[in-house]
Design a protein around this ligand. Structure first.
Ligand SMILES: Nc1nc2c(ncn2[C@@H]2O[C@H](COP(=O)(O)OP(=O)(O)OP(=O)(O)O)[C@@H](O)[C@H]2O)c(=O)[nH]1
Ligand SMILES: [Zn+2]
Length: 211
């Protein structure tokens, strides 16, 4: 997507990718399409409040899909450390913001990720980083869940990986079936987490209020 991009999308100003990280050709092209869309919607793209809107939308969309520019396995490999620790490591309550691929509307909530090291641990921040790398794409919640699991399993080769994601889908709230309170939960497990006891410990840890 953007050839200037780095593995550090958090190098941002006000939460946005720095302007020099935008692919300007693509922004201009997407903005042109959005100008037409505004007209199709019955708006006047030349009125004051909308003059910069096509460009803003194009930049927002690039930000919301910047996960395509990232290599999640490389992110993990960047901070793997040999360590003799073989208990469960749990990172819970990781904020998720993604876009459903059917309606291009947001779904958002929390991810809970655990792994059981098998010789190597990974830098803790890399877990939310790969959640973001997969979430910042057009997604379905099930695939997002599996992609996070598979990336950790294939890269770190731990004794097991567990991922639970809970999200609200705006396509089910602000349109369509219009259910405001429904939450979708998905899960994916490998290795040791196939055992009831291990899975139960993980579920206890993500629901416990320890802090
Ligand atoms: N499994 C799954 N479905 C999703 C996700 N995000 C959105 N959807 C669903 O994708 C489906 C698309 O169904 P369609 O019947 O083609 O689309 P639609 O006519 O807009 O459907 P409604 O939302 O029921 O109005 C809908 O049921 C959405 O709720 C997701 O992450 N996972
Ligand atoms: Zn949807």
């Amino acid at each position: 997507m953007n050839n200037n991009h780095t593995d550090h999308p958090d190098e941002t100003e006000n939460g946005y990718i720095k302007i020099d990280r935008y692919n300007e050709g693509k922004i201009a092209s997407v903005a042109n399409h959005y100008s037409d869309i505004l007209t199709q919607l019955g708006e006047d793209p030349s009125r004051e409040g909308l003059i910069k809107t096509p460009e803003r939308v194009a930049k927002a969309l690039q930000y919301l899909t910047h996960g395509y520019d990232l290599d999640p396995a490389a992110i993990l490999k960047g901070a793997m450390f040999k360590e003799d620790y073989s208990q469960m490591v749990v990172v819970k309550d990781i904020e998720v913001f993604s876009m459903c691929e059917h309606h291009m509307l947001p779904f958002f909530g929390k991810a809970h990720v655990a792994y059981i090291p098998n010789g190597h641990i990974v830098g803790l921040s890399k877990i939310p980083r790969i959640v973001d790398a997969f979430a910042r794409r057009l997604q379905v919640q099930e695939r997002l869940t599996n992609e996070i699991r598979d990336c950790i399993q294939e890269t770190l080769n731990p004794a097991g990986v567990a991922v639970v994601i809970e999200c609200k889908h705006l396509c089910m709230a602000m349109r369509g079936i219009q259910k405001q309170n429904s939450v979708t939960t998905t899960s994916a497990f490998t290795g040791e987490f196939a055992k009831d006891k291990t899975r139960a410990e993980f579920l206890r840890l993500i629901t416990a209020n320890l802090h």
